[in-house]
Design a protein around this ligand. Structure first.
Ligand code: GAR
Length: 210
């Protein structure tokens, strides 16, 4: 079975939706391990509660991003993954690491990319007065929060929304689309070919949401 490694920094809710779908057979793969850079993250305990193999690598124990990423790559490689899933992993990755897993590393970002790369996406969508907001799953390439889109979900921005209410609406969609993308990948339907995401061998259509 294809082996998946999931990298987290926080509550791990996206990790759990993927783990659940592996457990119930919707995704035909094996979760080889969970890696977290935050020792106190709630996701660490949640993963251990499910008897998953968890590796904690505290980035504060390293003097440079490069040194941390070398340790991270070693740990990832120990799990021999076919797919690396970034699920709220809040560290910027070095080009070396990104290149190593190019074409087999996915990320989820809480905006309609290419809009709002970086942090505080919900706040920025609210401040801009956007009617629509959403979330993107994309292949990871060397540019931060860039790389070919795989799947997006759009949500309305409602009157009276706060960062929190908007974030919750987006996260409901995250939990739907991320397992779908992972399922497509492990079934060999989703691939990155010459910098483009392809589905069943055909380029993914541009969603047109900019
Ligand atoms: C998710 O909402 C994800 O979109 C976001 O972190 C959250 C993690 O939640 N990712 C980013 O902001 C990446 N730049 P979770 O730990 O409950 O899955």
């Amino acid at each position: 079975k294809p082996r998946i490694v999931i990298l987290i920094s926080g509550s791990g809710s996206n990790m759990l939706t993927i783990v659940d779908q592996v457990t119930n057979g919707t995704i035909d793969a094996e979760v080889a391990g969970i890696i977290c850079n935050e020792p106190e993250a709630a996701g660490v305990q949640r993963a251990r509660d499910r008897d998953l193999d968890v590796s904690v690598i505290d980035h504060r124990g390293f003097t440079s991003r490069e040194e941390f990423d070398v340790a991270l790559m070693r740990t990832i490689d120990d799990y021999q993954p076919d797919l690396v899933v970034l699920a709220g992993f809040m560290r910027i990755l070095t080009p070396d690491l990104v290149r190593r897993y190019e074409g087999r590393m996915l990320n989820i970002h809480p905006s309609l990319l290419p809009k709002y790369q970086g942090l505080h996406t919900h706040r920025r969508a609210l401040e801009a007065g956007d009617d629509l907001h959403g979330v993107t799953v994309h292949f990871v390439t060397e540019v931060l929060d860039d790389g070919p889109n795989v799947i997006q979900a759009v949500v309305p921005v409602m009157d009276g929304d706060t960062e929190e209410t908007l974030q919750k609406r987006v996260q409901l969609q995250e939990h739907i689309i991320y397992p779908i993308a992972v399922k497509w990948f492990v079934e060999g339907r989703l691939e990155m070919v010459s910098g483009l995401a392809t589905f069943d061998g055909k380029p993914m259509p541009d969603t047109g949401v900019k």
